[in-house]
Ligand binder design. Structure first.
Ligand SMILES: [Zn+2]
Length: 116
């Protein structure tokens, strides 16, 4: 375990950085969502459309934050990087691309096919 400590810390740093970035994005979304609606009804309709898009973006960011928090818990528990489904390593390339991944590519693809 000892020789993995610096690697674990690097991953933790990266996850925390990513989480801060996402939280910043959510704050920006909130700031925009608070903008008062224009009086003009065409403008209003356009803005309401934007509100739906913004809400979807916020949901996405919030889910990503939850995934990162889960990854941080797994890091503390020593199960980070292990597929939750098959107990095989998730793989470094995949973790580099998606640091919060909890499944290896094979299991994630199987799940995606089962629940489209
Ligand atoms: Zn797997």
């Amino acid at each position: 375990m000892e020789q993995n400590d610096s690697k674990t810390e690097a991953i933790r740093e990266r996850l925390l950085h990513l989480k801060a970035e996402l939280q910043g994005r959510v704050s920006t979304i909130h700031a925009h969502a608070r903008d008062p609606l224009e009086q003009d009804s065409a403008e209003q309709a356009a803005q309401l459309g934007q509100v739906a898009v913004v809400a979807a973006l916020e949901t996405e960011a919030t889910q990503e934050i939850a995934g990162i928090e889960e990854a941080l818990r797994r890091l503390d528990a020593g199960t980070y990087g292990i597929c939750v489904t098959c107990d095989e390593p998730v793989g470094e390339a995949r973790l580099n691309a998606r640091p919060a991944a909890t499944q290896c590519r094979e299991c994630a693809e199987l799940d995606a096919r089962r629940h489209p």
